[in-house]
Design a protein around this ligand. Structure first.
Ligand code: NAI
Length: 349
């Protein structure tokens, strides 16, 4: 059977939605391009087990839209896209799977660039690269850059909240001691913060405690920790009707994608007087770093752009206060404005 690429109805918001199949390679994927208004769509490849194809489509649509907003907010000349490969049991041949994926990405002719995401690795992206140049190989782990950006967002939120961005003596509760959480703990330790850390992986907790002098908290208790800041660096959807009432912090700022279970959770935080630094503003350091490889940016430009997460966060929080809106709403509005500017600039080039 030959590989097939079928266009599905992308709806009003998205530019393109494609169902890609190659049964011989055990490959089935959805590739969604939300917007190329600011530049080529960029967004990683997720490998995940979905209950249904419709669920995979939903995920690709939601994640690709999120990438447009994240990239526009960071003023990157990039649009938003995402691939999800539907996992069906054990992968018989990873090489065949990712080579096939590369061939489909090549068919986008440079309108979509991919990279690693949940379930995929830099090694997988090297396989993709054998078939297309439109992939970020991730030559270096982006998570220290993401952690740096989270610190910038956290400091801006601290300034907005307390009139000072000095984190020394403040207590930060970090959920997740993985790639980003570990580096974040190191940065915050350097800034003089006290740390509470939790992970379901005891080895990762041990490593973080050893490197930073943090205190370990059982993973299920991190929501109840008395602290100044809560930094979600594990999974998405963890700010919800069940967890928000338990928080004993004044600020939430972390790296995890899609922290709010649903938009109403942004209102729940707001109603509790907890200041939320929107996830895609705070965690843009990784994608900004990717511009070094994709757009040839210098290390200095990357550094400056990551520093600017501070001013962007301040702007979002200021707008939210002025508009009497919660920060996740103000963030979307600002991202939409920035997207319009980037798109207009691109027209002029
Ligand atoms: P990771 O997989 O290295 O770390 C996540 C950690 O969370 C793991 O150590 C895992 O054991 C832990 N974890 C899982 N469930 C948990 C629970 N219920 N309680 C406590 N800990 C739990 O992932 P990474 O790269 O550090 O990313 C963290 C988050 O940040 C993810 O949501 C990711 O999508 C997001 N992100 C990461 C970026 C990066 O540069 N790595 C860039 C932008 C967003």
């Amino acid at each position: 059977m030959t590989p097939t690429m079928e266009d599905l109805d992308p709806g009003a918001e998205h530019e393109r939605l494609v169902l890609c199949r190659d049964p011989e390679a055990g490959y089935q994927a959805i590739i969604a391009v939300h917007s190329t208004a600011a530049g080529p769509a960029a967004g990683g490849t997720r490998l995940w087990t979905y209950a249904t194809e419709a669920e995979a489509v939903e995920d690709a649509l939601r994640l690709s839209r999120g990438m447009t907003y994240k990239n526009a907010m960071a003023r990157l000349p990039l649009g938003g896209g995402k691939s999800v490969i539907l996992r069906d049991g054990e992968i018989a041949n990873r090489e065949a799977l990712f080579r096939t994926h590369g061939r489909f990405i090549e068919r986008f002719g440079g309108r979509y660039y991919t990279g690693e995401d949940v379930g995929t690795s830099p090694a997988d992206m090297e396989i993709v690269r054998r078939e297309t140049q439109h992939v970020l190989g991730v030559t270096e782990d982006p998570s220290p850059y993401t952690a740096r950006g989270v610190v910038r967002a956290m400091k801006a939120a601290a300034f907005h909240r307390w009139g000072s961005d000095d984190l020394s003596g403040r207590t930060v509760a970090i959920q997740g001691c993985g790639h980003v959480g570990f580096h974040l703990a190191g940065e915050l330790r350097g800034a003089g913060a006290r740390l509470l850390v939790a992970d379901v992986d005891a080895e990762r907790v041990r490593r973080t405690v050893e490197a930073t002098g943090a205190s370990a908290v059982p993973p299920e208790e991190i929501f109840d920790a008395e602290a100044d800041v809560f930094a979600p660096c594990a999974l998405g959807g963890i700010l919800n009707a069940g967890t928000i009432p338990r928080l004993r912090v004044e600020i939430v700022a972390g790296a995890a994608n899609n922290q709010l279970g649903e938009p109403a959770d942004g209102e729940r935080l707001h109603a509790r007087g907890i200041l939320y630094a929107p996830d895609y503003v705070a965690n843009a350091g990784g994608v900004i770093f990717g511009c070094q490889e994709m757009l040839g940016w210098s290390a200095e430009t990357v550094r400056e752009r990551i520093e600017a997460i501070y001013s962007t966060t301040l702007e979002v929080l200021g707008l939210a206060a002025d508009q009497k809106a919660s920060p996740h709403i103000a963030a979307d509005r600002l991202a939409e404005q920035r997207l319009a500017v980037l798109a207009a600039e691109r027209q002029l080039r």
